[in-house]
Design a protein around this ligand. Structure first.
Ligand SMILES: Nc1ncnc2c1ncn2[C@@H]1O[C@H](COP(=O)(O)OP(=O)(O)OP(=O)(O)O)[C@@H](O)[C@H]1O
Ligand SMILES: [Mg+2]
Length: 252
């Protein structure tokens, strides 16, 4: 079986990419899927959100061929959920130095062995449209765009969509937008509702029905190194990510 590869991308910082990769991954795993999380951000937020050991070899060692896939995969606190951590070596400069040719394809190549072992591979990108995010888009079948329900949310969205289209044309024709995901939604603010309405109109059919509410429990869980399904499965954030996982299972 070919693994389904989902990349979480938005060059805007702090919009919920990592939170979504971790918690969607956790609920896909809870649904019985074999899931591999890949931390593709030198900040290593995803790694620490699932208690991965970032001093061990990570995704950079895999890209450079220093370590094998088996050597970099770690278990997470959730059953069926594995992770490849990142570390500071994984800066843009880090991979740019590897080889100028085909440098957008490093992650794709490194992940070829994932088929058969994992059902889903979830790739968390840094907040930029640089070489790391390009590698993520080239390695993936589907992209999820987390969008914070705030005034500047739309800033940069057209640039991101343009980048995705150019990757589709030049580097990875099978790439598709799985959906735009509203995050940190607060129903009490008129602005949040306007963002949801406008974006849903513009990207009709490309917007997830699940909307992730602003929920303090989601922001607490990473400091305990566990996803929300273990930290507080009854909170509203948990319910929203569980719902999202079902939507993804239906769509992919
Ligand atoms: N639905 C939510 N409710 C409350 N807090 C949230 C929610 N989603 C994310 N957060 C918090 O907001 C911050 C940013 O989220 P996150 O790290 O997932 O964003 P990101 O897009 O990965 O950021 P970066 O661009 O820096 O990688 C974190 O502190 C996270 O815990
Ligand atoms: Mg992040």
């Amino acid at each position: 079986m070919k693994a389904k590869r989902i990349v979480f991308a938005n060059q805007k910082g702090g919009v919920g990419k990592t939170t979504t990769a971790v918690n969607l991954g956790a609920y896909l795993a809870e649904a019985g899927k074999q899931v591999l999380l890949i931390d593709f951000d030198p900040q290593s937020n995803l790694s620490s959100s699932v208690s991965a050991e970032i001093k061990k070899p990570g995704v950079y060692d895999l890209l450079t061929g220093k370590s094998s896939l088996e050597e970099v995969v770690q278990k997470s606190p959730v059953e069926n959920l594995s992770v490849i951590p990142s570390n500071i070596d994984l800066t843009g400069a880090g991979i740019e130095l590897i080889d100028a040719e085909r440098r957008e394809y490093y992650l794709q190549q490194a992940l070829q062995e994932c088929d058969g072992t994992w059902d889903y591979v979830c790739i968390d990108c840094p907040p930029s449209l640089g070489l790391l995010t390009l590698n993520g888009l080239v390695a993936a079948d589907q992209v999820v765009i987390p969008l914070q329900c705030e005034y500047f949310a739309l800033e940069g969205l057209s640039m991101l969509v343009k980048t995705i289209k150019s990757v589709q044309r030049q580097l990875n024709p099978k790439l598709d937008i799985l959906g735009i995901l509203f995050t940190m939604y607060d129903s009490r603010t008129r602005l949040a509702n306007e963002v949801v309405r406008d974006v849903s109109q513009y990207f009709s059919g490309r917007v997830f029905k699940s909307i992730i509410p602003r929920n303090i429990r989601l922001s607490e869980a990473p400091s305990f190194g566990i996803p929300i399904n273990l930290y507080d499965p009854k909170c509203t954030g948990a319910a929203a990510y569980k719902h999202l996982a079902q939507e993804v299972l239906d769509r992919v």
